[in-house]
Design a protein around this ligand. Structure first.
Ligand SMILES: O=C1O[C@H](COP(=O)(O)O)[C@@H](O)[C@H](O)[C@H]1O
Length: 459
């Protein structure tokens, strides 16, 4: 059926689960933002799902998803002209073969915008389907459901395509302010010598959102904040923060260094009971918005103990970082969104006697959204020259050139693994969090409550 369409452009982006929220809300707008910046790229989008969507409705959806990023009119019109939607059963091998065959022999990116269990089943079927020579698999998080399933999933995927053609998506890697960690760390003489336990006392990686469930119970209620944010995104941020230096901005270099850090990472003190916290929001108000009790949200199963806030303290047990707590935290429905990395520097060994005021440690704060980098230093800012106080110097970062999904897609289309999660790292992320997941499942860490709109601490 697809063969009858107009001349296929270079790469086909085949989206499995095209009828879902992710495709409409993030993936297609991300592609649009990429094409707004790089209009010369030629991509054909094919959506597939089991829901019935007419050709006209699909084109309208694509057009609608493209509207906000405002690529050139000719780009949107080419995409909508060539796009197609196929209603199919992705768990039927013959149907899957027909779908893939219909995409032609050109380069193919199969994007799995599906729940992990369905993704794994479709990949099992793909083993028996002939794929074009250049076939790349892009897999949404979560990658598997626990450590063993991630190991099994990797084994299965390697029977379908080589690791270099597998792209495990973590859209945080496409966030410019996250990737900025690499440039900031390795381009500044000032920072490199102090980037260790000798000078840094504690690191916080925080992603507190004022958004609540926002109708995502179907996915989130089975995941919770730990798997949704810490096990995935925030561990990637930790890896970029703590990794050793790279010789070149090269995917393999970066993947090697990130994997090495993750292998050295473990729960602080080996005790999830003492080093983790979980909580769930109750009814409250955020600004003028009334937020219901989490268990009253549509689609939530009150019998599940899903946390909407997770905090875990980790240690990177290597010679650079031993003894430095890395506190990872993310919560939903909080009063004040705070999305930042904060490096707390140690106090100076000795403040000359005679000065008045603080010798509070310096801070390096990286605001992820909106982007800014701040350095908080102790100085004499006003008054008597011996009075010391902390002052913050801030550089605001420019708005990102495209959406994170646009950055990630650009790398996938180019076959570069710079912004992906390698298989071994994906397994490590589960290994790091496994003791916490187990302790929570066994009820060894109580599920606390906090009021929506609060700081996450107030019952
Ligand atoms: O992947 C996810 O990320 C978002 C936070 O990222 P942002 O780029 O939208 O700020 C989070 O809200 C969501 O729960 C999670 O699934």
């Amino acid at each position: 059926m697809l063969r009858d369409m107009a001349t296929p452009p270079t790469t086909t982006l085949l989206i499995l689960g095209a009828g879902g929220d992710l495709t409409h809300r993030l993936l297609l707008p991300g592609l649009a933002s990429l094409l707004a910046v790089e209009p010369e790229r030629v991509v054909r989008v094919v959506g597939a799902d089991r829901v019935d969507i007419s050709a006209a409705d699909w084109k309208a959806r694509v057009k609608d998803s493209f509207a906000a990023a405002k690529p050139a009119a000719r780009v949107t019109s080419a995409i909508t002209r060539h796009t197609a939607y196929v209603r199919t059963d992705l768990l039927d091998e013959a149907a899957l073969r027909a779908l893939v065959g219909g995409c032609g022999d050109g380069p193919l990116v199969i994007f799995f915008a599906l729940p992990p269990q369905v993704t794994m089943k479709v990949c099992a079927l793909l083993q028996h389907v002939a794929l074009p020579d250049t076939t790349r698999l892009a897999l949404e998080k979560p990658f598997g459901t626990d450590h063993q399933s991630a190991v099994d999933f990797n084994t299965l995927l390697h029977k379908v395509v080589a690791e270099e053609d597998i792209f495990r998506i973590d859209h945080f890697l496409g966030v410019a302010t996250v990737f900025n960690l690499v440039g900031l760390r390795f381009a500044n003489r000032l920072l490199a010598p102090v980037w260790s336990a000798e000078h840094i006392e504690r690191v916080e990686i925080v992603y507190d959102e004022d958004l609540a469930l926002e109708g995502r119970a179907g996915y989130y209620d089975g995941a919770g904040a730990l798997k949704d944010m810490l096990q995935s995104h925030l561990l990637q941020v930790l890896a970029l923060f703590a990794m050793e230096s790279i010789a070149a901005l090269d995917a393999r270099e970066l993947q090697d260094q990130k994997a090495q850090v993750l292998r050295a990472t473990r729960v602080w003190g080996g005790s999830p009971k003492r080093s983790s916290r979980r909580a769930r929001y109750t009814a409250g108000t955020i600004g003028r918005r009334k937020v219901p009790d989490y268990v009253q949200e549509e689609g939530v199963d009150p019998k599940r103990c899903t946390e909407t806030l997770a905090e875990v303290t980790l240690e990177v047990a290597n010679s650079r970082w031993a003894g430095v707590p890395f506190v990872l935290r993310s919560g939903k429905a909080l009063g004040t969104p705070r999305k930042q990395i904060v490096a707390h520097f140690r106090d100076v060994p000795h403040l000359p006697t005679g000065f008045v005021g603080g010798s509070d440690g310096d801070l390096l704060t990286i605001d992820l959204k909106p982007g800014a980098v701040s350095l908080t230093l102790t100085m004499n800012a006003e008054g008597d020259p011996i009075d010391l106080e902390q002052k913050t110097l801030t550089a605001t970062l420019a708005a990102p050139r495209m959406q994170p999904y646009g950055e990630v897609l650009a790398q996938i289309l180019d076959g570069s693994q710079l912004l992906t999660v390698r298989g071994d790292a994906a397994e490590e992320c589960w290994r790091v969090m496994a003791p916490v997941i187990k302790a929570w499942a066994d009820g060894r860490v109580p599920l606390e409550e906090y009021a929506a709109g609060s700081d996450g601490l107030t019952p």
